[in-house]
Design a binder for this molecule. Structure first.
Ligand code: GLA
Length: 352
């Protein structure tokens, strides 16, 4: 446990470091249950940090891009910051406004990414882990019910980071938890992610309106720049004159993962040809928000003193679909008392 600075309210934050036998190293902080660092070998064995982030909690508190954080209670957008559940309408903070249209994003003004979580470090020779716990009280950011959340990060070996989520509530509430890590497989100090090759096992995705809320249509990816069923460079089609790419200023869409008999079968791959690093992800979630860092603008200076420019990191946020509480045709995100909400995502780094 290493001191990681003080939050704006003077709370001390801690850093936890996990190492596996292959030389990979992960660092996590209790501020936002955030993944701060992931050092992994390239094809020549050189270690680089492949996730965007900062060296001190003060920088996390000042920034707005959710680098590495757990986002919640509801990751992604809820239209107009409003939803009706069991006949009652709930008002949430509207902390985002694409095209001037206000919505709720990533849990509100002080979402789970801005809280200090309780932590438990579990050293282990082959599977070190950190468990983070948070109570989100009834009324937190407008959400109903006391929600207890547990997130465990385990370095399971062979370059795999497993993230397990669990939540329980004493009133019905929407829940959609994810990790908002930005990867750059060439190293976090590298300019751009446009040369990475992406494969996603997704035949459909969710087009959005001007406010970046899904229209409700489930659109086939075939013959569009959203077809990543075969590997394609991120930069290949990102500037195509496509209405959806224009609305989101690049990729920032939820892809519906094709049904898998084994829910933890690989759902996607990203390959960076220069370093040879390969990122694979698996998840029990039905969707993934593929975001290409379109809103990063060089104002955040990262851990190696390098300013993060537009599209210098990409996210694969495994999750339920945006705005589900207002979209009856989407899989439900409502957690009821007596139920346990669970979710697992695995990211694996290797080389080729
Ligand atoms: C998500 C959203 C993006 C953006 C980032 C944070 O990925 O979909 O539009 O808000 O978070 O900057």
């Amino acid at each position: 446990m290493i001191p990681f600075g003080l939050t704006s309210s003077g709370e001390p934050a801690q850093l936890f470091v996990l190492q596996d036998r292959d030389g990979a190293e992960i660092a996590l902080t209790d501020y936002g249950a955030t993944l701060v660092r992931w050092r992994a070998p390239d094809r020549r064995g050189q270690l680089d940090d492949v996730v965007l982030g900062f060296n001190r909690v003060e920088a996390y508190a000042a920034h707005t891009a959710y680098f590495g954080a757990i986002v919640g209670r509801y990751g992604n957008r809820i239209a107009h910051g409003r939803f009706t559940l069991d006949g009652r309408t709930h008002e949430l903070a509207t902390n985002n406004a694409p095209a001037g249209i206000p919505c709720h994003l990533h849990g509100g003004r002080a979402g789970f990414d801005r809280k200090i979580w309780a932590s438990e470090f579990r050293p282990h020779p082959t599977q070190p882990a950190v468990t983070f716990r948070l109570r989100s009280p009834d009324g937190d950011e407008g959400y109903p019910g006391n929600l207890d959340v547990t997130v465990t990060y385990t370095l399971v070996g062979a370059g795999e980071l497993q993230i397990d989520y669990l939540a329980r509530s004493d009133r019905a509430t929407p829940v959609n938890l994810t990790n908002h890590v930005y990867f750059n497989l060439a190293g976090e100090q590298t300019e751009s992610i446009l040369g990475h090759l992406v494969t996603l096992q997704a035949s459909t995705y969710l087009p959005v309106d001007a406010g970046m809320i899904p229209t409700g249509e489930v659109a086939p990816v075939g013959n569009t720049p959203f077809d990543f069923r075969a590997p394609c460079r991120i930069g290949e089609r990102i500037e195509h004159p496509n209405e959806q790419l224009r609305l989101a200023a690049g990729y920032d869409h939820n892809f519906i993962l094709d049904p898998r008999t084994d829910p933890l079968a690989p759902a996607g791959l990203v390959f960076e040809p220069q370093s040879g690093r390969l990122l694979e992800f698996r998840t029990t979630e039905p969707g993934v928000q593929f975001y290409t860092g379109n809103f990063i603008n060089g104002s955040e200076v990262g851990k190696s003193g390098h300013a993060y420019g537009r599209r210098s990191g990409f996210c694969l946020e495994t999750q339920h679909f945006p705005d589900s509480p207002n979209q009856p045709s989407f899989p439900s995100t409502i957690l009821r008392p007596g139920q346990t909400w669970t979710s697992r995502t695995v990211y694996r780094l290797s080389t080729r």
